[in-house]
Design a protein around this ligand. Sequence first.
Ligand code: PEP
Length: 245
Amino acid sequence: MAMMRRKLVAGNWKMNGLQKDRDFLSALVDAHPDAPAADVLLCPPATLLSAMASAKPDWLMLGGQDCAQTQSGAHTGDISAAMLADLGCSHVIVGHSERRSDHGEGDALVRAKAEAALEAGLVPIICVGETLQQRESGEAEAVVVSQLRASTPECDAGAVVIAYEPVWAIGTGRTASPEDAQAMHAALRTAWPGADSDLLRILYGGSMNPGNAEALLSQSDVDGGLIGGASLKPDQFASIIRTLR
Ligand code: PEP
C-alpha cells in the first residue's frame, strides 16, 4: 500500500553564516507568510542556532550539521545531540560526505552518531552517496545500499531521514538525472530492512536549485531535498519550497 509521505526541504549552510545573516529569516518569511506545503528545515552553523531559534517562524524547523556520538564529556570542540535538542533542534545531519572525506568518518561512526541523535530525541538525516568513480564503474547502487545498511541504526523508518547525495553532484552544479535519482531512491527503499519502508523519507541532495527542483521532487520516491548552495539565498530556497505547493 502506497503511503503519502510529506516532503521535506532541508537547507545545509555548511560553514557559512555570520550574525548578519540572520536577516535570511525575514526574507524567508516574506516569501512564505503562511506555512509552506512541505516540512522545511534549516541547518545553519551551530553558532547561529540559538539566535535563529528565537527569531524563526513556527513552521521552520532547525537542525545541526553534525553531532558527537556521546551526549557529554571530555570531547573538546564537539557538539552533542542533547545540546542541539536543548537549543530547539529537531534534526541533525550525520555522515555528510564532507564529514566522511574531510574528517575520515566511516559508517560505524555515522551509525553511532545517528544512535546518539535518536537517544536525544532528534531525527538523524543520514547521508549516503557514491563517488564519480564508483558510479562510472557500475558500483553506485551496491555502495549506497551498503552505506545505508552500515550507517543506520535499527529503528522505525519514520524515526530517521535518509539523504541520497552523489558525491560528484555536491557543490558541482551537476545533478543526478531525475530518473537516476528515482532509481537509487527506489533501491534504497527496497533495501530498508524493516517492513515499514513506505514511511521512510529519502531526500535527494546535490546541486538542487530552483531550475531542477521540480523535476527531481516530482519523482515518486524522492521525498524532498537536502540543499547546500541554493539554501544560502532566501529567494532560491523559497522558490524550491514553492515547487511543492
Ligand atoms: C549538501 O551540502 O548537502 C549539498 C547537496 O550541497 P549543494 O546543494 O551545494 O550541492
